[in-house]
Design a protein around this ligand. Structure first.
Ligand SMILES: Cc1ncc(C[n+]2csc(CCOP(=O)(O)OP(=O)(O)O)c2C)c(N)n1
Length: 462
């Protein structure tokens, strides 16, 4: 079978087994008749033999879920709760063999993602610092960004989302420049003009967080196309939410990547929620990764709160995409601890947000009990891959760096109105910049003074 003939895992079969130890034995016993005949080989080898590439470590979480059930209710996501500790999977076994600095690197990244957002939340809830714009918290989903980015090269591309802080940090983003951007300061990534949802760092392959839901699919697919044309062997991953997978661009970007052979990975972060709507209400399929199955694109479904599974699946998808110049899809099941954006139901100094109408507090607590960082810490300690002291030292070091970044931000310079006219795709000088007037129908040439006047109401105070 050629590499072009691709196989999509029968995830329903896997669902019967998941979360259990001794996957291959359970896999055989859980199936019947003809399926059982196919299931003689251990899962990994069996799938690899069909695909010609090493797939097969997909580990979904439960046998039931919201899909195909329009009566989905808040609380139903607990059916997807991962086990308290990492499942005993080949992914976890492979992970344990990684070099220690890499293992500690995943931990450091996850803690940085957590602490940066958590301290940001506390600052803004504390009332001393003012938040401009939006702040979509990624807390609860950190293992996805950390695990996926650990499988990428520095020059691989990513596109991110409105919930992008974790991706930026995990790809190596600068904490000082991120914090300064949130504070609308000139030292920020976008010189204080982009705030949380427009952070870009092309030197790290970060093509941007993105306020347009589904806006990243084609940006990443285009980057993958470019890598193919330039012959660079880079890959491009688009991270996006489960409801972004309802965007028209999701499937057609994958279809084109499959047709034309682009090294593109569509990564769905399925947290079961889109603003205040349960995903079960707005999708016809159980998983968002169902569609690409039909065109033979490899699909990985993983526990998104298990960094070993996310890393393992991404590594395989990336190797496949690089080797074959072809797309793959990963769907990671996870959950966000906070409201869609901002801090409703959250308190300074306390984790999680409660009392929201579209989910139950019990659900929040249950998912928090499957904290991806706590689970990873337990894994490292149980397997004696790190000591409690080493992890505590990382916690302390990260905290110091994060605190320093907020201090850096506080001391920065507020962006000025003139800066709004620089660094934009306009030709000519500031004096010659053309603006639409407020009716949007006619144009006029504006002077800097006039612009300063216009901007007055929107400029943040020092
Ligand atoms: C094109 C577009 N439509 C609608 C919105 C408003 N909006 C912002 S986030 C969001 C939900 C996104 O849900 P999902 O993709 O699952 O990501 P999550 O927020 O759960 O991480 C919506 C509808 C938008 N920003 N862009």
């Amino acid at each position: 079978m050629s590499a072009k003939q691709r196989f999509v895992m029968d995830r329903r079969a896997f669902l019967k087994v998941l979360g259990t130890a001794g996957v291959s034995a359970a896999f055989v016993s859980a199936l019947g008749g003809a399926q059982q005949a196919q299931a003689q080989a251990p899962v990994v080898e069996q799938v690899a033999s069909v695909t010609g590439v090493k797939f097969g470590k997909s580990v979904p979480l439960a046998t039931e879920g919201p899909g195909q059930n329009l009566k989905w209710q808040p609380g139903d996501t607990v059916k997807f709760l991962p086990p308290e500790k990492f499942a005993d999977t080949p992914a976890a076994a492979n992970f344990a063999k990684l070099p220690k600095d890499k293992l500690l690197g995943f931990y450091t990244t996850m803690v940085a993602e957590r602490v940066w957002e958590d301290t940001g939340k506390d600052l803004f809830l504390g009332g001393k610092d003012k938040l401009y714009g939006y702040f979509h918290m990624y807390i609860g989903e950190e293992a996805i960004a950390a695990g996926a980015m650990g499988a990428l090269n520095k020059d691989d591309f990513i596109t991110s989302t409105h919930r992008g802080h974790g991706h930026i940090i995990a790809k190596g983003g600068d904490l000082n420049r991120m914090s300064a951007e949130i504070f609308a300061k000139q030292e920020g990534y976008c010189k204080g003009y982009g705030l949380s949802m427009h952070i870009v760092d092309m030197s790290l392959g970060i093509m941007g967080s993105n306020g347009i839901v589904g806006g990243g699919w084609w940006l990443a697919a285009g980057a993958a196309y470019s890598a193919k044309v330039r012959g660079t062997k880079q890959v491009a991953i688009c991270f996006a939410g489960d409801q972004a997978a309802s965007s028209r661009y999701f499937f057609n970007s994958i279809r084109n990547a499959q047709n034309f052979g682009w090294p593109y990975i569509a990564f769905i972060e399925n947290n079961f929620q889109g603003t205040s709507t349960g995903t079960g209400f707005v999708t016809a399929t159980k998983y968002q990764s169902e569609l690409p199955k039909g065109i033979g694109v490899p699909v990985f479904l993983v526990d998104g709160n298990d960094v070993s599974q996310v890393y393992d699946a991404t590594k395989q998808a990336v190797e496949y995409a690089r080797a074959n110049s072809a797309p793959a899809v990963i769907e990671a099941m996870t959950w966000r601890w906070y409201d869609h954006q901002g801090f409703a139901g959250a308190k300074a100094g306390q984790q999680g947000s409660f009392g929201l109408p579209y989910r139950t507090d019990d659900e929040v607590r249950q998912w928090m009990s499957r904290d991806p960082i706590v689970r990873y810490k337990a894994f490292l300690l149980d397997k004696q891959l790190a000591t409690a002291e080493e992890l505590a030292a990382i916690d302390k070091d990260v905290r110091a760096k994060v605190d320093a970044s907020w201090e850096f931000a506080r001391k920065g310079k507020v962006a000025t109105p003139e800066m709004g006219l620089q660094n934009v795709y306009a030709t000519g000088s500031v004096e010659a910049t053309q603006f639409f007037d407020r009716k949007g129908t006619s144009t006029a040439w504006r002077t800097p003074d006039y612009v300063r006047q216009l901007a007055k109401n929107y400029v943040v105070e020092a």
